[in-house]
Ligand binder design. Structure first.
Ligand SMILES: *Cc1c(COP(=O)(O)O)cnc(C)c1O
Length: 290
């Protein structure tokens, strides 16, 4: 595949570059494409089944479903019990993943933790387990490919600082490791900085060129916030759609806490916006009515 393109946008008088990993594929895009790169390039006879687990809004879930369809692998995805409302949702990541062939299995909430902890115990060697959110060491290679692209595009788009938001921190961590001459900014979107550092440290030692920006306010993951929606819109009118779960917090932190020239690495996730925008609509309609 050729390098993903780079766009320029101006925000608050500052010019930013945006590495358009969102344009790679409708489902298998953004950092999930990078994190699944090694598996995508594995001969499909090596495995026959991929197992993963997590939430049903997950962008990783959808990307894995798209990968498994391409590779003709069976995909089993475990979650806690779903509400009828969630089950009947006919658009968004969950609905799309089912269409791509995902087999969904619900685990009783009481047994969920134990069940996930035991997933690896009786595996045959043609089954591969992907940790929640794609937090796997195999992600390293895909982020090295991204680093190589950034090197190749540096002449046309010169910067020494990159930014990308964190869930597990896998993306930001391996990107920083692959580009030691760049500063890599990230911000925790799931939990706080201490939790993010813990997650990263489980994968490998955190390099010194990785800077974690602490959000000014405490946000709960995947909850609708008015300022997130406003940030989403400010960016959308500039011509680029970002996700509503991670990107707004990263952009907020960049605008408030940095001042150098930055290349934002688009982490994808736009496919999840449909169901998220519906929630925003509902949420803010009630707030206005109050
Ligand atoms: C999964 C995801 C992230 C978080 O990536 P990590 O490697 O887990 O830190 C960020 N942005 C989007 C849009 C995602 O889907």
């Amino acid at each position: 595949m050729k390098n993903s393109p780079i766009s320029k946008i101006t925000l608050e008088g500052r010019e930013f570059f945006v590495k358009r990993d969102d344009l790679i594929d409708p489902y298998l895009a953004g950092n999930k494409y990078r994190k699944l790169y090694t598996l995508l390039n594995t001969q499909n006879t090596i495995y026959d089944t991929i197992i993963s687990y997590g939430g049903t809004q997950s962008n990783a879930m959808l990307a894995i479903a798209a990968m498994c369809k391409k590779k003709k692998w069976r995909f089993i995805y475990y979650t806690k019990k779903l509400s009828t409302l969630q089950k009947n949702e006919n658009e968004g990541n969950y609905a799309d993943a089912l269409i791509l062939g995902m087999e969904h299995k619900e685990i009783e909430n009481n047994y969920y933790r134990e069940f996930i902890a035991s997933l690896r115990l009786n595996l045959d060697d043609r089954t591969f387990v992907i940790e929640q959110g794609g937090a796997i060491k195999a992600a390293k290679q895909g982020l090295e490919v991204l680093a190589q692209e950034i090197h190749e595009q540096n002449k046309a788009f010169p910067t020494t600082a990159l930014a990308t938001p964190s869930g597990t921190g896998t993306t930001a961590l391996f990107l920083a490791l692959a580009l030691p001459e760049y500063r890599v900014y990230t911000t925790p979107c799931v939990g706080d900085s201490a939790y993010l550092k813990e997650q990263m440290s489980a994968l490998t030692k955190i390099p010194s060129n990785l800077t974690i920006l602490e959000p000014k306010k405490k946000y709960h993951f995947a909850k609708p916030y008015k300022e997130f929606y406003e940030m989403y819109q400010r960016l959308h009118v500039k011509g680029i759609e970002f996700d509503l779960l991670y990107a707004p917090a990263m952009w907020q932190a960049l605008l408030e806490q940095t001042n150098e020239k930055i290349m934002y690495v688009h982490s994808g996730g736009v496919s999840g916006n449909k169901s998220m925008l519906a929630r925003y609509k509902k949420c803010f309609a009630t707030k206005v009515a109050k």
